[in-house]
Ligand binder design. Structure first.
Ligand code: NAD
Ligand code: TYD
Length: 339
């Protein structure tokens, strides 16, 4: 099988590329990535010399480049991770989210229509369902929950999902979609909550908590997400959406305090800052369908996953220190300077 993985130089795509290259030496894995601020060739270092891996630099919204790649490579499967992925950036600069997340997805679908494909898999998010109230712990997102987005990021991801389903219905493109909860683990860009808190705590810098820190996220170890996608592209039913999550709900404050305690730091580092506009209160996935139909269950508990993640950041200081000392510094100043 020849698989194009878009966005493979990012956090989840990178973990997925590592998994696929090592687990399926007989498959060919091609990573297509534009190397935006979030893409990092160091993440692909461990697989660069593997005979079944190839890297192509390019934008999924570049029609000519994508069509050329499909013509040359004749892929069997596309797994689309490529996206602008940070809610806060979508609030300050929504335009690029529309271009990459919606138009880019459209270009990939057009290429599938033109050249044929065995499977197009769209990596989506639970954020397309909007949020749940804190006082209704009985409610969860199922695949039938209506799309009801809050941020330009989630609106762009929901638009892409609708496009994917439209290409299935209208042009019979064999698609699947997965909607996963918040991931954490190795290679997570340090603008997102968990790696940002780890990096700041290690540097004894303030730990910015939005609002009161009571918002709830449903955390999943990244490897479990990657294993679920692998299962969906091999055994999932065409035209179906699968929710992925491990019933691991935590308030942001709980997460921040866990990291503080694991690192032996002081809670005095916590700094409550102005809340995110439109901040979603609670995400919580019901993963019953993927468990029932494909037998997927998460393997890593939060208590173990967070320890492994912290250890990874301790062992790979070079990976994240070179990010936070570079261009990212300007973003950090803009985002937190006057908050
Ligand atoms: P990320 O920001 O870490 O990585 C995104 C990657 O896509 C980067 O390598 C970047 O260079 C690349 N990219 C961006 N624009 C591109 C373009 N136009 N063409 C080609 N490549 C481009 O993101 P992530 O956290 O790894 O998320 C990957 C996917 O998973 C996204 O689609 C996201 O919506 C989804 N998702 C993320 C989470 C999460 O918790 N991080 C949860 C559920 C779903
Ligand atoms: P984030 O990692 O940006 O993921 P998402 O917004 O997609 O869920 O944020 C996770 C939660 O942490 C979210 O409720 C916002 C909050 N947060 C903070 O409190 N402080 C921060 O510095 C960041 C980046 C996020």
């Amino acid at each position: 099988m020849k698989i194009i993985v878009t966005g493979g130089a990012g956090f989840i795509g990178g973990n997925f590329v590592h998994l696929m290259v090592n687990k399926y030496p007989e498959d060919q894995i091609i990573c297509l990535d534009a190397l935006t601020y979030a893409g990092n060739m160091e993440t692909l270092e461990p697989v660069m010399n593997k005979p079944n891996f190839k890297f192509v630099k390019g934008d999924i919204a570049d029609r000519e480049l994508v069509f050329h790649l499909f013509k040359e490579e004749k892929p069997d499967v596309i797994v689309n991770f490529a996206a602008e992925s940070h809610v806060d950036r979508s609030i300050t600069d929504p335009g690029i989210f529309l271009k990459t997340n919606i138009l880019g997805t459209g270009v990939l679908l057009d290429a599938c229509k033109e050249f044929g494909i065995q499977r197009y898999h769209q990596v989506s998010t639970d954020e397309v369902y909007g949020d749940l109230p804190l006082d209704r712990p009985d409610l969860f997102f199922t695949e039938e929950t209506p799309l009801h987005t809050s941020s330009p990021y989630s609106a762009s991801k929901a638009s892409a999902d609708l496009l994917v389903l439209a290409y299935h219905r209208t042009f019979q493109i064999p698609v699947t979609i997965s909607r996963c909860s918040n991931n954490y683990g190795p290679y997570h860009f340090p603008e997102k909550l968990i790696p940002l808190i780890i990096a700041n705590a290690l540097n004894d810098k303030p730990l910015p908590v939005y609002g009161k820190g009571e918002n709830v996220r449903d955390w999943l170890y990244v490897e479990d997400h990657c294993l679920a996608i692998d299962l969906i592209i091999r055994k999932g039913k065409v035209g179906e959406v699968y929710n992925i999550g491990g019933h691991n709900e935590k308030t942001n404050l709980e997460v921040v305090k866990t990291v503080i305690h694991e690192l032996g730091k002081s809670e005095d580092l916590i700094e409550y800052v102005t809340d995110r506009p439109g901040h979603d209160m609670r995400y919580a996935i019901d993963p019953a369908k993927i468990h029932r139909e494909l037998g997927w269950l998460p393997e890593t508990k939060f208590e173990d996953g967070i320890k492994k993640t912290i250890q990874w950041y301790l062992d790979h200081k070079h990976w994240w220190e070179s990010i936070i000392s570079g261009e990212y510094q300007n973003y950090y100043e803009k985002q937190y300077g006057n908050r």
